[in-house]
Design a binder for this molecule. Structure first.
Ligand code: F3S
Length: 401
């Protein structure tokens, strides 16, 4: 890579060891992808987690004195105050989580602990160059907002946030942003859960690529787009997609393929969505808990859950959880949604990912969720996957039939 004088000096350690480690990683990635140069970024999102690999890298940078040069938000780990009583010794796993969170604080990251930061805490604009990791964040930022990011890891996104730059390759180059496969959507897409199933199916079929979804007549909601992003980038590696007319960079299918003819095509009907749904189920009947908010619920989704729970009581044998960001919970509390959910027996919890050891109490249990991603990363035995309304009804009944 051609480095500027300042980048060379950083690589030589003149700006401290933390910066040196960060730029070393970026240069190695740039070399691996034949990038010719670094380009400035305006913001980053690090898919932090309470895991050892994350701890190693963020402490390496923090101990070396690194500080984020651009706003860099953080993914959920878990709410230590909620899951651990004060004065109680932390478990080994909780100690890792505490150190991760502390180290992100030391590098000056935004302590958002949210996996949808692009909605509230760290919002790119059209055309910005950014480095966003996290399954829903990468495709949302590329496709819905029209900023450019590669599919970053927690470490590469943090390094980019510290250096304020990223290697120029992949989706930072216009010709690499063209569609690679046409997806003819013939399914009815009745609700946001259908977008979840669509993402699940399309990700599996496409694998690594940029699908262009044709045939969607009605504008998808923010939540539907988030669901599609999270699932297609979990079952596949979909960092970008087009819904011509609704996502920003192409108004037509032809534009999305930048004039090329699509080489591959798949068709999605209601039958594929039904089969996708059936394949997700590993249980039915009695459930032990319901887990929602993977990705973190938006204010609209918390409001919808509250509305469904009005004047209802969750079954005594069922725990009911909604994960969201601290920002959204504060607003939901102010608007009465949190009280409605808590009065029904549920909880709205912040800063927490479903893939964290704080949920180990459910390892032999049956859970229900509206998120195949939650089912995929689950730390519990069996799972039922269904839309929010079914999840709430089953929580009240204690069973899914
Ligand atoms: Fe968010 Fe964790 Fe799910 S980061 S999308 S709650 S696996």
């Amino acid at each position: 890579m051609n480095l500027s004088k300042e980048e060379e000096r950083m690589l030589n350690g003149e700006f401290g060891q933390g910066n040196q480690r960060a730029i070393e990683l970026l240069v190695a990635i740039g070399d691996a992808f034949d990038a010719e140069e670094m380009i400035p970024i305006t913001r980053a999102h690090a898919a932090s987690s309470g895991q050892e690999g994350d701890l190693y890298f963020v402490e390496l940078l923090a101990n070396g004195g690194a500080k984020c040069r651009v706003p860099t938000s953080t993914n959920p780990v878990y709410d230590l105050e909620f899951f651990h009583r004060p004065h109680e010794a932390l478990s080994d796993e909780a100690e890792v989580a505490r150190r991760v969170m502390k180290a992100y604080e030391r590098v000056g990251a935004i302590l958002s602990w949210s996996c949808v930061p692009y909605l509230t805490e760290n919002i790119p604009l059209f055309g910005e160059t950014v480095a966003f990791s996290e399954s829903s964040a990468t495709p949302y930022v590329n496709s819905v907002i029209g900023a450019t990011t590669n599919r970053e890891a927690a470490q590469s996104a943090l390094a980019a946030g510290v250096v304020g730059k990223t290697p120029k390759y992949g989706l930072h180059i216009k010709e690499n942003r063209k569609g690679t496969i046409l997806v003819k959507v013939e399914a009815a897409l009745k609700d946001s859960f259908d977008y979840t199933l669509l993402g699940q199916f399309v990700g599996k079929q496409v694998g690594y690529g940029i699908p262009v979804l044709a045939g969607i007549a009605k504008r998808p909601s923010t939540e539907e787009l988030i669901n599609f992003c999270a699932m297609s980038n979990t079952t596949g590696a979909v960092s970008m997609f087009y819904i011509p007319g609704f996502t920003v960079e192409a108004q037509t299918v032809e534009e999305a393929f930048q004039g090329d003819k699509p080489k591959d095509k798949i068709i999605v009907t209601d039958a594929e969505l039904k089969q996708t749904w059936e394949e997700l189920q590993t249980a039915s009947g009695k459930i032990d808990f319901v887990m929602l908010g993977c990705p973190h619920y938006t204010l609209n989704q918390v409001a919808e859950a509250a509305k469904l729970l009005e004047r209802k009581k969750i079954h005594g044998g069922v725990s009911f959880w909604i994960c969201t960001s601290a920002t959204t919970r504060a607003l939901a509390k102010r608007m009465g949604y949190v009280d409605t959910i808590e009065n029904a027996g549920g909880r709205v919890i912040v800063d927490t990912c479903i893939d964290e050891p704080c949920w180990s109490m459910y390892k032999d249990k049956v859970g229900m969720t509206d998120s195949p991603k939650c089912a995929y990363y689950r730390r519990f035995k069996d799972v039922v996957v269904a839309g929010l309304e079914d999840c709430v009804e089953s929580a009240v009944r204690g069973r899914y039939e």
